[in-house]
Design a protein. Structure first.
Length: 201
């Protein structure tokens, strides 16, 4: 709540109320814009390796932020993402069975006073600082060492298993004026279709 109040004070200090902010960003995010079509989060590759009683996730991701998201980041407004993984047993009949699932909340923010970018895992409290956005995005682009404590059925189990990895931009984490804009503007649609792959060789 305190953060939201600070963000709102910034907007007021520039004489931009919620209505003016809405008009400004909607003007840059008209339906069908080329920017909206090319923006998003794209999972290039993902795999799971078994280590003892854990499944370790590795993935490579490409982030394409629209200008409105970069402007919000520059104002000190963090961008928050929910990363979800699910492992299912694919049944030959009936509903699939979920064998394991986990979720992480990742946040990217710019700290104007320190002039640095921070990447945080809000699920664990870990945080790293970078001198440039490019360096921060390089870290975000390489998901490594996500360990899920579970043991999958052995190879004797002939039913197929499938993993699903998804990234979701958390619009609800934005300050209220921007949240309203993000729901209406296509430039804020950063979600990507889930990435699915079979675990059986």
């Amino acid at each position: 709540m305190a953060f939201f109040m600070r963000a709102l004070k910034k907007f007021r200090s520039r004489r931009q109320g919620a209505g003016a902010l809405l008009a400004l960003i909607l003007a840059t995010g008209t339906p069908g814009s080329e920017l909206a079509a090319s923006s998003g989060i794209f999972i290039q590759r993902a795999q799971i390796d078994a280590k003892e009683n854990r499944q370790v996730v590795t993935a490579d991701i490409e982030y394409r932020f629209p200008s409105v998201a970069l402007q919000a980041l520059d104002e000190g407004i963090p961008l928050t993402f929910r990363v979800r993984l699910r492992i299912d047993r694919i049944k030959s009949w009936g509903w699939n069975e979920t064998l394991a699932q986990d979720e992480r909340t990742i946040q990217l923010r710019y700290e104007p006073l320190a002039k640095s970018f921070q990447v945080s895992d809000l699920s664990s409290g870990a945080a790293l600082h970078y001198a440039s956005l490019a360096s921060a995005l390089d870290t975000l682009s390489h998901l490594r060492g996500w360990s899920i404590p579970t043991t999958l059925p052995d190879e004797a189990d002939r039913e197929k298993r499938e993993a699903t990895l998804s990234f979701e931009f958390d619009i609800e984490s934005l300050p209220l004026p921007l949240r309203l804009v993000a729901y209406l503007s296509p430039d804020w649609k950063l979600d990507t279709p889930p990435y699915r792959w079979p675990l059986d060789q």
